[in-house]
Design a protein around this ligand. Structure first.
Ligand code: HEM
Length: 644
């Protein structure tokens, strides 16, 4: 599911060949068994291959300039134990070991095409090359780190890219290197950050200096100019048009729609319960989330809770492929003839055609029925009486919005991708944790029984009253953030605040970032007992005087909101991102999750069943979200209290 396949890895090999070095003694180039190195995007010209040729597989390296010498010492003394969960070879550099740079090094950087771009200009090849240069000089030339960040070199396996656990690999590195470090695959690097003050800086204060970088390039083929990969110009226009679509009255109406979908889910679970069949709850939550997003966003009935159709299969498989691509920075699918040669590429194209046809029909219909109206009129529509109460209809009808069919398609597919797996995963992990905490489950069922009374579907007001329900979802988003990593690229030079790391970090133009929400949400500095599922933690105030500049978590900070947010936690809890590019569907998702979870726990008791009879067999693996590895198989029993 979504992880880099050996066949894909083979495409990377030419970029990792050693082409030239100044040193007579050569280390062996890595073989498949020692992990395959990650290359940069296809856009880099062959000459960078020559430059990268001086870099060979070295395992984990330690730069000279370190901000956490005690940790590095610990790593040197104990060799691997701190990183024992990280797969792949991890060899530490010996004291004073510097390979040196080739004789032509300085002359090469005087060539015109290596020149860096100027402030305010678009990024250019020279910017990317300059990052390579500083990394190579740091690793092989023993130069001072330009940015001040500790440097770790990695391979696909140790970073978890080969088995879909990259976020876990990055957490292991965090244990060794702290909340800011540079992960190098050959000369290609990602700055990995998880400090709340740095995240606030990147996501909010300097948001327009950080675009979606690699992710934008990878998703562009599928999402076009949808909000997630969109350039800032397009994004500003579309975000302004889309946000009002999620207005209160529409969300209120959606709550009853979520209930309708929930009823279908409950009836399929009842069948399983009475037949004594086990059921994969991850698949069930995925189906209900797909049906909900199709209906509410573009008025399409996928009907996936009731059965699988070719379009459901196409939707699910294309979403899987998008996830796969999002994790595969080498854009092999852009190579000539891959459409013909690679089966998954052919399947993907067929699936996308099917999905696009369905979306385009919805868009054509909405455009044909267009009734232009002002924002106020749109917000006061009686959605109960409309044939098409979807978000698409809102966007089409908005007066003065000159939206093309192509832009609408891009918006719709973006919603489909952004809103499907994320909500399904939040539900999956909530149930996974609740099923292991019977006391908590009982408390939750009691809350739901009491608040919902005789109502079969919860209302918006019910959800506001069911605090524990909302906290259960929030806590699962803390432990299993969707997505666990955000991707960014610096457009101009910048200085990151020190936060808890003790030193500022210099950012070069073109530097790629992994913003690790997972590392942040599982960090003991901000969340005591971070690996314990404890929804009540959000009711307790928490400060940590050891972290200068972090205001702590304050439950009063989100009183009028549905969920504890980045403001209440001073950016230590960012389940929906933060700043201007924060999730537009956050409230929608919380409401959807609450309705589905409330209806499910109200009606059923759950216990783990084969092949995941033991919770440890559930496993994790990532695409854009954290999935289970083997499904969440459960025995479902109807609750006596729920018979109504
Ligand atoms: C539990 C469910 C969800 C979670 C955890 C979630 C999480 C996120 C996060 C973390 C981001 C920020 C990405 C970044 O900064 O790179 C984001 C963006 C986005 N999300 Fe969600 N999301 C969820 C559900 C939804 C739903 C239901 C929709 C649509 C109906 C949606 C639509 C979007 C869009 C369009 C963006 C891009 C916003 C922009 O760049 O302006 N999401 N989401």
């Amino acid at each position: 599911m979504g992880s880099l396949q050996p066949a894909d890895a083979a495409f990377l090999e030419p970029w990792t060949m050693p082409l030239h070095t100044s040193r007579p003694v050569q280390r062996q180039v890595s073989t498949a068994s020692s992990g395959t190195r990650l290359s940069t995007s296809l856009a880099l010209p062959a000459v960078l291959g020559i430059v990268t040729g001086v870099v060979r597989q070295r395992g984990l390296r330690v730069s000279r300039e370190r901000r956490r010498p005690h940790l590095i010492r610990a790593l040197k003394e104990s060799d691997e134990p701190m990183l024992s969960g990280v797969k792949g070879p991890l060899n530490l550099v010996k004291e004073g070991e510097v390979e040196g740079l080739p004789w032509w090094w300085e002359a090469f950087w005087a060539l015109p095409f290596t020149a860096r771009g100027k402030v305010g200009e678009p990024l250019c090849l020279g910017d990317t090359m300059h990052i390579f240069r500083t990394n190579i000089e740091q690793i092989f030339g023993g130069e001072k780190s330009y940015d001040g960040a500790p440097l770790a070199t990695g391979d696909l396996a140790s970073a978890g890219l080969t088995d879909g656990t990259m976020y876990l690999g990055l957490q292991k590195y965090q244990e060794g290197f702290g909340d800011v470090y540079k992960l190098c695959f050959g000369p290609k690097s990602f700055m990995v950050v998880s400090d709340p003050q740095i995240l606030k800086h990147i996501l909010r204060e300097k948001v327009f200096n950080y675009d979606k970088g690699v992710l934008g390039e990878v998703l562009e083929d599928v999402m076009g100019k949808g909000l997630i990969p969109a350039d800032f110009e397009t994004w500003k226009v579309r975000r302004r048009a889309i946000v009002p679509g999620f207005h209160q009255k529409w969300l209120n109406f959606q709550v009853s729609e979520f209930g309708r979908a929930g009823e279908l889910l409950v009836s399929t679970l009842k069948e399983a319960a009475s037949a004594g069949k086990t059921i994969d709850m991850e698949e069930r939550f995925g189906s209900v989330a797909l049906d909900i997003i199709g209906k509410s966003v573009f008025n399409y009935e996928f009907g996936s809770v009731e059965g699988e159709s070719p379009i459901v299969k196409a939707a699910i498989q294309s979403l899987r492929e998008v996830e796969h691509r999002a994790q595969t920075p080498f854009q092999y699918w852009k190579l000539p003839l891959t459409d013909l040669l690679i089966e998954r590429q052919r399947d993907f194209n067929q699936n996308m055609t099917l999905l696009n046809d369905a979306l385009n029909k919805c868009i054509e219909q909405a455009l044909a029925d267009r009734k232009e109206a002002d924002l106020e009129e749109l917000e006061n529509r009686d959605y109960e009486k409309m044939d098409n109460p979807s978000l698409l209809r809102f966007l089409v009808d908005m007066r003065g919005e000159a939206t093309s069919g192509k832009q609408l398609r891009d918006d719709m597919i973006t919603f489909l991708i952004a809103g499907h797996e994320t909500t399904a995963s939040a539900l999956t992990w909530s149930l996974f944790e609740l099923a292991q905490n019977p006391e908590l489950m009982k408390r939750l069922q009691k809350e739901v029984d009491t608040v919902m009374g005789d109502r079969v579907r919860p209302t918006y007001e019910d959800i506001k009253e069911m605090e524990l329900l909302r906290l259960c979802l929030a806590e699962s988003l803390r432990m299993y953030p969707e997505p666990p990593l955000l991707i960014r690229r610096a457009l101009d030079e910048d200085t990151l605040p020190a936060g808890a790391t003790g030193a500022e970090t210099q950012v070069l133009r073109g530097m790629d970032f992994f913003v690790s929400i997972y590392n942040l949400h599982r960090d003991e500095k901000y969340w005591p007992n971070p690996n314990t599922y404890d929804p009540d933690r959000f009711k307790r105030k928490y400060t940590n005087p050891a972290i200068p500049g972090w205001a702590g978590y304050d439950p009063d900070g989100w009183k009028s909101q549905l969920y504890p947010n980045e403001i209440a936690s001073d950016y230590a809890f960012i389940p929906f991102g933060a700043g201007p590019r924060k999730c537009v569907g956050d409230v929608f998702a919380m409401l959807e999750g609450c309705v589905s979870l409330a209806m499910v726990v109200r009606n059923f008791d759950f216990s783990f069943a084969a092949p995941t009879a033991d919770p440890s067999q559930v496993g994790t693996c990532t695409g854009a979200t954290i999935h289970t590895k083997n499904g969440l198989w459960m025995q479902v029993r109807e609750r006596v209290a729920a018979k109504h």
